[in-house]
Write a new protein. Sequence first.
Length: 149
Amino acid sequence: MCIFFRLLIAHLLSDIPLNLFASDKRSGSVARRFFVLGLHTVIVFLTTLLLLVDKLNRTVLICALMISAAHFLIDAFRLRIEKQVCPEPLEKASHSKRVDFLKLYRFVKDPGVVWFEPGFRSWFLLNVLDQCLHLLILILAASYLTRVL
C-alpha cells in the first residue's frame, strides 16, 4: 500500500475515532490541556507506527516522531487561535465529534443557510486550515519516505 495512504489512514484514525480528548483539549487548566494534547500526540505517534510497522527502521521512527511533533504544534496553534477567531457560542460548545459532524452535514445539505450562521465560517475555515496543514506534513513525510525506503 502507498505510504501516503498509510499515513492518511493513521491520521484519520487518530484524529477522528481515537481522538478521545477533543473537549478536554479546550477546557481546564493550561497544564491539563497540555497533558491531554500530549496524550493525543502519543496516539498519533503509535497509530502512525502501527500502520508502518512492516517498514519499521530508524528513518520511519524519526519520521513518525516528526509527524507527531508537527501534529502537536498544529493542534496547539489551532487551540490557541480558536478562542480568538471563534465567537462566544462556538467557544462554549461541547466540541464533540457528533456536534461537529452535524455541523458538516447541515453544511453539505444546505450550504447557503449554514454559512451565514454566527461563527460557522470561522469554525469551518479553521478546520480546513488545520486539516490542510496536517495533510501538508503527511505529503512531505510520504514523499521523503518513498524516496528513502
